[in-house]
Write a protein that binds this ligand. Structure first.
Ligand code: ZN
Length: 133
């Protein structure tokens, strides 16, 4: 199991962590198997989506903000219920396949850490399972 940190700079932000996760796969030497990415936070998430056009990230975040506004009939006193709801909807983990020592991702797919209540320093865990031959 490996852990790395992500530092967000905005309240809502998608941070590309594809390279970091691929590095863990290579370090573990798994050629055929799977990688589990886990974020131990209640106001953050992991998203797999397009990494080529940054406007897609902007559109995802803008639409989430429209669907889940910062102020609403929330009861949670901390004032960050929107971030909790986004985290609950997106999910705090992803499972990916590993093929020939590489994350099996589509041409445009990248892995993003989703920050819902930044700026903060966050933890990301990655565990890789499978055959090394
Ligand atoms: Zn809270």
């Amino acid at each position: 199991m490996k852990e790395f940190t992500v530092r967000s700079e905005q309240r809502n932000q998608m941070i590309d962590i594809t390279r970091e996760v691929q590095r863990v796969v290579e370090h573990e030497g798994v050629k055929d198997g799977m990688a589990v990415i886990y974020v131990p936070h209640t106001t953050a998430a992991v998203v797999i989506n397009e990494g080529a056009d940054p406007d897609v990230q902007r559109d995802i975040m803008a639409t989430l903000q429209k669907l889940i506004p910062g102020q609403s009939d929330y009861r949670h006193l901390e004032g960050n219920s929107d971030a909790h709801i986004k985290s609950a909807l997106i999910g705090c983990s992803q499972t990916l396949l590993v093929k020939e020592g590489r994350l099996l991702l589509g041409t445009w797919q990248h892995i993003f850490f989703f920050e819902g209540d930044g700026p903060r320093t966050r933890r990301v865990f990655v565990n890789v399972f499978g055959k090394s031959e």
